[in-house]
Design a protein around this ligand. Sequence first.
Ligand code: F0G
Length: 461
Amino acid sequence: MPHHAIIEPFRIKSVEPLTFTTPDERRTALERAGYNLFGLHADEVLIDLLTDSGTGAMSSEQWAAIMRGDESYAGARSFERFESTVRELTGFAHVIPTHQGRAAERILFAQTCAPGTIVPNNTHFDTTRANVEFQGAEARDLVCAEGRDLQLDAPFKGNIDLEALEATLRDQGDRVPLVMVTITNNSGGGQPVSLANLRAVRELCDRYGKPLFLDACRFAENAWFVKMREDGHAERTPREIAEEAFRLADGCTISLKKDGLGNIGGVLALNDTELASRCRDDLILTEGFPTYGGLAGRDLDALAVGLLEVTEPDYLRYRVRTAEYLAEKAWAAGVPTVRPPGGHAVYLDAGALLPHIPPAEFPAQALACELYLEGGVRGVEIGTLMFGRPGDAGEPDEVAPNELVRLALPRRTYTQSHVDYVGEVITAVAARADALRGYRIVEQPRWLRHFTARLEPVAGG
Ligand code: F0G
């Protein structure tokens, strides 16, 4: 390539205005929201990096596909197009559409887990963990040692710890209904899983007679990292690599709000005919008829196009470079991040930046709130607010191993100047890191508390 700049590989056909707020307006909004960024109105946020899920821009081809949507209740042409796209990509025989990823997870775990069972995974995403635990099963995280060392620069920190997986299968195999691997490992910093690791997991699953499922929300980003980092794959297309990854598994759940390039959608795809039939029964009860599963025909068509666009090399090169570019801004400001940056997000290490705030006072939430107050940038806490638990009577609260703020990048939505601006906001907050104070919870629900808990600054904040 003759030029250095990796440009956005698209031009803009339709725009959505941003709304600007004053610092006072943001302070009022945050207080009203109980210091929980999920409680803000979209108009109160300038650059929204809360999630890369369902927040991307669709292409003109996807909008054209929307018009082809067939809204027949049963047997829609849209489903046929969706089904054949998913089948060709994944190789799985049964394709069950759902309204989003967690619906696919709920159906799969309801049909495979029971109280006392164990689901090993590299790291469960929060909804995945909640869906496993909702069945009374244990969600066991077995990410490799490198993946637990935030600052370590290693190529495949999403890999599962094969020895730990084998120990679980050997000692408690009768309690394991399936093994899951999340690509990329969102809760572990968006880190990829190598094909070598997936092959080794496949062998273990074969040896112990267990099905392997992928949580494949970001399968295309994972494929790009394999192409860039794993020996022997540089000349392959991301699509070929993704196809191989899926063919090492027996099934997958995917939130198509990520690498489906859709604003809504999910899928459960699998080879086991008997299990698929039970999952379809559950689908009809809760999501919809098997040829639409909670989606409109037009959504299925847009996703069928998105699933092809997402593995284009120009798109993936730009996508991964964007996260790296933002991480470089954070490093220049002296803010440590999980290394290397993930494909879809940069994870600021609030634990390292704010050592004076104890985990029980939510340092990552403090950083997330401050980025909002400083510049209207909304990220998400991935720390004790998300993964901790209130202690039993008299016991201290359970805290998370890491205190991170994830700045997730919606797909094809923001430009380089937006990212430059976010870099300036991070720099301004980093300069007064010592003055930041922690928070305490005022109200919290039983499940997934980070979505709705209300907080207040601790005294002196
Ligand atoms: N698995 C992973 C790895 C995810 O990142 C998500 C969603 C899901 C499953 C659930 O999918 O939202 O369609 O029901 N992650 C979003 C995020 C919410 O912000 O990372 P869903």
